[in-house]
Ligand binder design. Structure first.
Ligand SMILES: [Zn+2]
Length: 127
């Protein structure tokens, strides 16, 4: 889902644009319901656009102890930098002034999910 930033590229530095995203599916992330994200795009300079993404996601995970599925809530804010010539911590702006927010969001969610999933403190494991 590429997003056009043509309006921002023509705007003054420090111009902002807000948008709401709904993401139905993400590769390797078992979304329990469509993910809602609020995005603030800020044009810092001709070369640099920053996206602040605030999202709440419900992700289906399996308990490490009893293997039952439960929903892990993730409420978080990510900050992504977009530029024409990205380094490894940045993301590209295409020649026709589009950015893709889905892949950065997907990767950050995968990083942010706990490595251990326990359905509840008293989980007794497989009965
Ligand atoms: Zn459990």
């Amino acid at each position: 889902m590429p997003i056009s930033i043509l309006g921002l590229t023509r705007a003054k530095d420090n111009s902002q644009e807000n948008l709401e995203l709904t993401i139905d599916t993400l590769e390797d992330v078992a979304l329990a319901e469509p993910l809602k994200a609020s995005v603030k795009l800020v044009k810092y300079s001709h070369e640099l656009l920053v996206a602040e993404v605030t999202l709440s996601a419900k992700v289906n995970v399996a308990c490490d102890k009893c293997l039952s599925e439960f929903v892990q809530n993730l409420n978080t804010t990510f900050r992504f930098e977009f530029t024409d010539e990205p380094d490894e911590s940045q993301w590209p702006i295409t020649r026709d002034s589009h950015i893709d927010l889905i892949e950065p969001i997907r990767q950050e969610i995968l990083f942010s999910l706990p490595t251990q999933n326990i359905c509840q403190e008293e989980c007794n494991g497989i009965a």
